[in-house]
Ligand binder design. Structure first.
Ligand code: C2E
Ligand code: MG
Ligand code: MG
Ligand code: MG
Length: 284
């Protein structure tokens, strides 16, 4: 009986692997045409200052809606795009669209820092600083209005190269933040060597901050460390007023999460910003 169970387990296992491989191939093929067929779009999520609730930034988040496969989350397709090299093309597209959008908002009197997620694969391109400079110049956005979000994985492949790329971007005036801070293993190393501007406290620490004293202590420690190093802090995944109050008591500087707004299509973000500005000036 055990042997039989073992065998069916094995069959189940290989079937699962096969299913995963099929899905992977399917996504690679679908991704190749996604850009040309205009299946990709960008949503923008507000970032607010703790002190006065001012809207200070927007994070650009890629969305993919496939006619047959439906909407596919970036958590699933970004790793696929990284594997097959398409991330370079997608990443450049996101960067240009987001920079263009930031410029349009600026022209409408809405000054924001645009935060764009960058894959570690993009970071391995020695010409990344030149690409960023070209896009900023062509779209007419000051470098100080762009923030690049990196994950701790950027340093894994070739730290020396990553440092050179970061130095070049820093010299251009582009800001860099570490995304999902606290979940990688090289966090402290990164802080020491890289020209980081802001830490994004990962949402896994924020989620249970009301009930888990350890999470609360960790968040307090991250903010304290960031303060001493002269780095900004933003909390990701803020979903409740109680989380907000705890983050305030710990001295977190900026906030992002569903409590304020989900990521929105550009037009809806514009409406949110107008509404937000109106309430802020009415109350202050
Ligand atoms: P991330 O950069 O850490 O982005 C934050 C994620 O948390 C987003 O998921 C956002 O929609 C979600 N989120 C925001 N507020 C809340 C909240 O209050 N509660 C919860 N539960 N979630 C919240 P999304 O859009 O599915 O993106 C997932 C990940 O995919 C991103 O994590 C980022 O690593 C990656 N990604 C998205 N767009 C791009 C891109 O253009 N380029 C690259 N390289 N990666 C991207
Ligand atoms: Mg991010
Ligand atoms: Mg994150
Ligand atoms: Mg993430």
């Amino acid at each position: 009986l055990a042997k039989k169970a073992g065998r069916s387990c094995y069959r189940f296992y290989t079937a699962a692997i096969q299913q995963k491989a099929t899905r992977h191939l399917q996504l690679v093929n679908a991704l190749r045409t996604a850009l040309d067929q205009q299946q990709l779009s960008i949503h923008y999520q507000p970032q607010l200052a703790m002190t006065d609730g001012r809207l200070v930034g927007a994070e650009a988040l890629l969305r993919w809606n496939h006619p047959e496969l439906g909407s596919i989350s970036p958590g699933e397709f970004i790793p696929v795009a990284e594997d097959c090299g398409l991330i370079l093309q997608l990443g450049e597209w996101v960067l240009r669209q987001a920079v263009r959008q930031a410029r349009q908002w600026r022209d409408q009197g809405l000054a924001l820092v645009m935060a764009v997620n960058l894959s570690a694969v993009q970071f391995r391109q020695a010409d990344l600083p030149a690409l960023v400079a070209r896009i900023l110049q062509e779209e007419g956005l000051p470098a100080s209005c762009l923030e690049l979000e990196l994950t701790e994985g950027v340093a894994m492949y070739d730290p020396q190269q990553a440092i050179a790329v970061m130095n070049a971007l820093h010299e251009q005036g582009v800001r860099m933040s570490i995304d999902d801070f606290g979940t990688g293993y090289s966090s402290l190393n990164l802080l020491k060597q890289f020209r980081v501007y802001k830490l994004k406290i990962d949402q896994t620490f924020v989620r249970d901050i009301e009930t888990d004293p350890e999470d609360s202590a960790l968040v307090a420690a991250i903010i304290h460390m960031a303060d001493s190093l002269g780095l900004l802090t933003i909390a990701e995944g803020v979903e409740t007023a109680a989380q907000l109050e705890i983050l305030r008591s710990h001295g977190c500087k900026e906030l992002q999460g569903y409590w304020f707004s989900r990521p929105l299509p550009a037009a809806e973000f514009t409406a949110y910003a107008r509404q937000h500005q109106a309430t802020a000036s009415a109350s202050g």
